[in-house]
Ligand binder design. Structure first.
Ligand code: SAH
Length: 238
């Protein structure tokens, strides 16, 4: 199914309707027309083969002819939590984390975070997640959620076996990253970094400090690098 143009849409029996951004993308960028063979993703992990049966002004309909389970989803869940970044840097992080196999991405506000966040930005990040998922042939787009406090973000990672907190002023790492196994949550701060109080809170909530060396990495570098390190340790990059 790899050559087919891929779109997210709800599938109802043997019919699917593509609308909104996905419709615009299908018609104006991918040049989908009646009779085109496409692949539909409903977010469940299934990949449906379908034939376009009609193209309207705002939506198109497709007839589903079969499906298969997507086989490129990560086997071990990785959850990235990143402080809200300025400009379009959070988008970059969402895109790369999706490619590297993150299951979920959380964006949070924290003490030294100065980026402005709103509902539009969240919608934009969800779109970036879907686009990245399609581009790298995943069958699910990582969920994107916003937390207005660091504490609520940290609590959302409760069920993860490994909880990693990248801290630029930690003396050393509390865990060996090469021997990780099991579901893993990663927390990386925004441009402003973390306060001592936030670091202490992470410890209280069961997070292990991760130190990435003597150089201070930009937040987006730290987020992408640590997601890749974790994905590699979990065997997802081979
Ligand atoms: N403004 C801070 C740097 C923040 S870097 C300062 O000047 O000290 C943004 C985030 O990237 C940090 O909060 C941390 O999560 C991560 N990070 C960057 N470099 C790191 C390092 N060497 N070790 C661990 N985490 C790091």
């Amino acid at each position: 199914m790899s050559g087919r143009r891929r779109f997210f849409a709800a599938v109802n029996g043997s019919e699917a309707v593509i609308d909104g951004d996905e419709f615009v993308h299908a018609v104006t960028v991918q040049r989908v027309d009646t009779g085109s063979e496409i692949c539909i993703l409903d977010g469940s992990g299934k990949e449906y083969t379908a034939i376009v049966t009609g193209v309207g002004k705002r939506s198109l309909t497709a007839h589903v002819t079969g499906y298969a389970e997507g086989d490129r989803e990560p086997r071990t869940p990785v959850y990235l939590l990143i402080g809200a970044l300025k400009g379009d840097k959070t988008e970059l992080v969402v895109q790369k984390a999706c490619e590297l196999g993150a299951e979920k991405i959380g964006v949070f506000a924290s003490e030294y975070c100065s980026a402005y966040f709103n509902e539009n930005k969240l919608e934009r990040l969800k779109k970036v997640s879907r686009e990245a998922a399609k581009q790298c042939m995943r069958s699910r787009a990582p969920e994107v959620e916003y937390f207005n406090t660091l504490k609520s973000a940290l609590l959302s990672a409760e069920k993860y076996k490994n909880k990693l907190f990248a801290c630029e002023f930690a003396d050393a790492s509390d865990v060996g990253l090469s021997s990780l196994g099991g579901a893993t949550a990663i927390v990386v701060g925004s441009e402003g970094g973390f306060s001592e109080k936030e670091f202490a809170l992470s410890k209280e909530l069961g997070f292990s400090a991760v130190y990435l060396g003597r150089r201070i990495l930009r937040a987006e570098t730290a987020a992408i690098a640590l997601t890749a390190i974790v994905a590699n340790a979990l065997g997802e990059l081979k």
